[in-house]
Structures are given as structure tokens and as C-alpha cells.
Write a protein that binds this ligand. Sequence first.
Ligand SMILES: CC(C)[C@H](C(=O)O)[C@@H](O)C(=O)O
Ligand code: SF4
Length: 479
Amino acid sequence: MKTPSPSDASPKTLFEKVWETHQIQAETDAAPALVYIDLHLIHEVTSPQAFTALEQRGLTVRRPDRVFGTLDHSTPTTPRAPGSKPIYINAAAKKQVETLEDNCRRHGIRLAGWDSPDRGIVHVIGPELGLTQPGMTIVCGDSHTSTHGAFGALAFGIGTTEVGHVLATQALLQSKPKTMRVTVDGRLPHGVGGKDLILAIIAELGAGGASGHVIEYAGEAIEALSMEERMTVCNMSIEAGARAGMIAPDATTFAWLEGRKYAPKGAAWEAAKQRWSQLKSDADAQFDAEVRLDGSKLAPMVTWGDSPDMAAPIDASVPRAPEGPAAEALAYMGFKAGEALMGETIDAVFIGSCTNARLSDLREAAAVIAGRHVKPGVRMLVVPGSEAVKRQAEAEGLDAIFRTAGADWREPGCSMCIAMNGDSGLAGERIVSTSNRNFAGRQGRGVRTVLASPATAAASAIAGAIADPRRILEASHAQ
Ligand SMILES: CC(C)[C@H](C(=O)O)[C@@H](O)C(=O)O
Ligand code: SF4
């Protein structure tokens, strides 16, 4: 990777720095820019047709060493005996997985397959394995690729046709996005975390508010976030319409990455850190849009509708006089206009997904639920984001905490986030979910999804209704 030349003195944003070092050819009136891609992540849903297209044209994978695959969306999460075959929900799911296994074998691509200790949700394992690094361009046929921007990478989702282009050329035609800075001042109050913050940001921007832009998150509250929370924030950038989300790498980033499987080692690590330290927006850099929020005023957030921007503080009410989409959303969710969110009954809780299924998320939920019980009649599913998260969680006894509380502890995968693998709710059920999308039918036909943080989801499981985790956290603290 080239470093920007020091003679080019005009102030630049973090995004511009990464873009410029990867641009092979600038945008013209006739064509978008051509951008080099450092890392291409693939999963079973959006890659099969891309490989087929490649083979039909007699092409090979240009840089198999820059591609990495995993199995996540269509994989069952029910525990299986070591060495036994997974039981898929249907023939289509089985075929997707087997096709990816076959394509990776034939093209010499690394795959975190069924027997790999590295398998997991694509956006969980990329960072975890140190494949995701600051300053990289990263793509995946998946909208939540924005997650990797938490490390100061330019990471975005692409379509299946583009997956084929990147496999064939390791480059991508892309029009240059605009830039937006979201500055969050102050410190988040106790009991308010990264998930609450991003739900508040999306509610502020609107579902299409950042369309065509790459968001850079900055400010005191962002700097104070853990790496996992930064990933949660960047993960949901797409839900505000953004092309990507980015956070400048710092000591938190470096400490998190050091020693990971594919991270540079020894002298190469020191050199990388030097290089990565330049990856921040210059003081006078201009953004196309600027948004500012006070983080110290935030509360735990939950969604009340069928779009992630329909979110409100947990102690608020749903809209009093809804019209249009808000009225339709309330009807879908089974909420009456003006009702308080807290106390609304629920049927199930899902802790999982690339938004909130990392170790810290499971710890957060476990801290709330430890010594308590899931309300009788409520189902709770806890699905770790990766094999590594599962191992670590089990090593510290989190699985036992969840099981004792009455929750179901599962194998890693996307699971009920998208319900492609058979983990789904029933029509009319209301589910508090730590995932990122509450679209109608996302977790099963007619299912009503309430997005929330792991702490809020756990508190709600205990209450059998939407509940404020701060009350439990305070009570535990006082004991
Ligand atoms: C299946 C996949 C293409 C999809 C995405 O692009 O994001 C999924 O991961 C999702 O979260 O909706
Ligand atoms: S966990 Fe959900 S959001 Fe993330 S990649 Fe899987 S389906 Fe998409």
C-alpha cells in the first residue's frame, strides 16, 4: 500500500486518504473510478453465481490469497455431535454451503468451513482473525461489510455481479462517495452503549439520511468506545443509507489487533502501527456534511417500527398521532398510538448477529441475566458470532449463566437475524433482538422485531416485556 505523498498538502479526510491510496484510475464522465481491493470476504449466499459467471467466461480468481470465505447465513445453529453432518433447513441452504466449499477448494481460497475453529459470521471473523486491518479496502457481497470500517478500513457491501468482478480482477468500479462526519460529544451515561448510540444516530439521520456518503464517526464518545462497540456502530451505518462507516484507528484499535492470527508480527507490526497512525482526518479537512450529537444525553434505545430509524429512548412512548408509514409500522408491531414502550409484552429474545454477538455483548447480557430467570413463556436464543466467541464464552461460564436462566445456547451463525437457517419466530410474535434490521418479516413471516442492545434484550427476557436494563444494573451494583 502506498502512503500519501507529503508534497500533497491539502487537508484530507480519513476516507480520502484510504481512497487515494487505492485508486487505480480516477472517475471520468464516462466511467466510475477503479479501486484496488485488499480483502474480499465471501459467504455462501452471494458468491455462488459470481463463481459461475467467472467460470462461464473462462476466468480464474486473480488473487485467491486476498479472498477469505466463511459459512454463516444458511448454517444450522443446533448443536451437533462432533464429526456428524449438519442438518440443513432445506435443500437450497445445503446447496449454498456445499457450493462455497467446492468453489473455495477449486480456487485455492481459504475457507473457515464446518470443521474450522475460525468459522463464524463474516463480519465477526474478519476482525477477530486480524484479516481486517486499518487503511485497507474491504468488500463482501453483504451490506453489513461497513462493520470493518471500525478499524479505519474503507469497507462496503457489493452485489453478486461485483463479487464476480472482484474475484476476476481484485479491483472494483466505484463512483466516489461523499463524506459525512458524525461527531458525538460527551461520554455515554452508564448503561448506554454502542448499540444505543447507533440507534440514536440512525433515528436522527433517518433511514436514507446518509445515502451516498461515507460516515466518519468522531468525537469524545466515539474515542471512548471499545473496539466491539465501534464495530456495532459502523455495522449499522448502512441502516442510515451510508455507503460505509469509518473510525480513525487509535491505541484501542492497535491493542485489539495485536497478536491476532493474520495481523502483522514483529517488525512488520511496528511498521504497520506507524503507517496506521497517519490514518486520521486532517484538522482542516472538509466534509460534505456534518452532524453533531451530545452523547451524554442518551438513554437505552429501542425501535418501535419496522425500519431501524423508528427508534426512541426506552422511557419514551410510541408516536401519539402517527400518519403514513409510522401508522402502518405501529399496526404491524401491534402497538397502540401513544403507548409507553416499557412494559410492552414480548414473546422471544434473540441475542446474536454481526451487530451484537461478540464476547463483550454476551458478557453484557450475562451480567444482566446472571442469577435471574427468563420469564416463563418467553423463549430466549443466544447465538455466539463465531466459534472463537463461543469458546471464550464457554471458558468463562457465560453459557452456563444463559442456560441456568432458561435460554437456549447455540452454535455460531446469522441465525434469527435473518431466519434463513430455520431459526425464526412465529407470525404475530414480538421479539427483542440485538440484530440490525427490524423489517417486516425479517425474523419470520409476520414477526415483530424490536431492536435493542444486549443489556436491554436480557432485561426484557427477564421481565417478559420491554424493560430498562439500567434498573437491573443499578440493583446488581447496590448488592
Ligand atoms: C444475505 C445478505 C446478502 C444480506 C445482506 O446483504 O446484508 C444479509 O446479510 C442481511 O443482513 O440482510
Ligand atoms: S448476522 Fe444478520 S446482518 Fe449480519 S451478515 Fe448475518 S444476516 Fe446479515
